[in-house]
Write a protein that binds this ligand. Structure first.
Ligand SMILES: NC(=O)c1ccc[n+]([C@@H]2O[C@H](COP(=O)([O-])OP(=O)(O)OC[C@H]3O[C@@H](n4cnc5c(N)ncnc54)[C@H](O)[C@@H]3O)[C@@H](O)[C@H]2O)c1
Length: 251
């Protein structure tokens, strides 16, 4: 074995949703591991703030994953700034309508949730894959959710888009399995981030009560698992949804 297969030193990693929560923590961690990190987010100022963490190895670019031109511009930025793209980590996500059963949700209330959580993930992968194909190497990690595996009640847009993401990853993994590109998902349960502040406390309490470890996950636990998923070591696992749920999902 040559070197450390878990090393991402000198790799370029695009982190989408890097302005906050999981994406911000992951971006900082990857930079600390020696990667070049592109911090992308619709919130340009906050993405820029994340990138100041390690000014020489991080850059920032405003990206709206609902806009195809914006995802193309993100890839152009990464190539112009760092010359290569080894990995894409997509943490952009919104909860969509909450606290309503499906018959109470207006169809148009779901449009943005689909556009960000599912179509956005497709646009991002579509933008980076030609470059990864050219180099016959790539790592894609999509942050899904336990809601996509089990379905959370009163979150129809969120649960269905996160399940859709898992399906997309499975299909894409097979499409690029012989091209040195792995495509995987991560399904966290409850992680303490600003995302949780958008949800009613009773929803957070309900989700936490279903975790056998009886606690929320930490940002360090998410970032370290993502770092392995985007490393060269993750070479024989593709189309898989890694679990991060304190024992809630034992499958
Ligand atoms: N926090 C949790 O408990 C938890 C659990 C399971 C899954 N997740 C998933 O993890 C991911 C990150 O969640 P978080 O808790 O860090 O949330 P967060 O709200 O802190 O961060 C989400 C980021 O996505 C960005 N974003 C939203 N719309 C965007 C768009 N159109 N284009 C680009 N960026 C956009 C936001 O600006 C924000 O910076 C989400 O996909 C979420 O569904 C979170």
């Amino acid at each position: 074995m040559n070197g450390d297969p878990c090393s991402i030193v000198g790799h370029t990693v695009i982190v989408v949703g890097a302005a906050s929560g999981i994406g911000q923590a992951a971006a900082k961690y990857f930079a600390a591991l020696g990667a070049h990190v592109v911090c992308a987010d619709v919130d340009a100022d906050a993405a820029q703030l994340t990138a100041t963490h390690a000014a020489e190895t991080m850059s920032a670019v405003q990206t709206d994953v609902t806009n195809e031109e914006s995802t193309t511009a993100l890839v152009e930025h990464a190539l112009n700034r760092w010359g290569r793209i080894h990995a894409l980590v997509n943490c952009a996500g919104i909860s969509g309508p909450l606290g309503k059963r499906s018959h109470e949700v207006a169809p148009e209330e779901l449009d943005k949730t689909y556009a960000v959580n599912l179509r956005g993930a497709f646009l991002l992968s579509r933008a980076v894959l030609p470059h990864m194909l050219e180099h016959q190497y790539g790592r894609i990690a999509m942050v899904s959710s336990i809601a996509g595996k089990e379905g959370n009640p009163n979150m129809v847009g969120y649960s269905s888009t996160k399940a859709g993401l898992i399906g997309m990853v499975k299909g894409q993994a097979k499409e690029y399995a012989q091209d040195g590109i792995t495509v995987n998902a991560l399904a966290p349960a409850v992680i303490r981030t600003p995302f949780l502040d958008t949800q009613p406390q009773q929803v957070v309490d309900y989700m936490t009560s279903r975790i056998p470890m009886g606690r929320t996950g930490t940002l360090e636990e998410v970032a370290t698992m993502l770092a392995w998923m985007i490393s060269p070591a993750c070479s024989f696992t593709t189309g898989f949804t890694f679990d991060l749920s304190g024992g809630r999902a034992t499958y």
